[in-house]
Unconditional design. Structure first.
Length: 63
């Protein structure tokens, strides 16, 4: 599982449309595996991946 987090669910800081729809199917898969690995991506507030750290750029614009 890669980067499944509340921030991408409805009401989250980085809400993705229907982002919560991956939760149940993901949870349903877990019992079928002996080893489950989860990751969470993280960046400090001043990271260059945030549009707010680039002059005259809005969220979802390419920098």
């Amino acid at each position: 599982m890669v980067d499944i987090q509340n921030d991408f669910c409805p009401g989250g800081a980085l809400e993705v449309s229907n982002g919560d729809e991956v939760i149940k199917p993901t949870n349903d898969l877990i019992p079928h595996f002996d080893c489950v690995v989860q990751t969470q991506d993280w960046h400090p507030a001043d990271h260059l991946s945030f549009a707010s750290n680039h002059k005259q750029k809005e969220a979802f614009e390419t920098t």
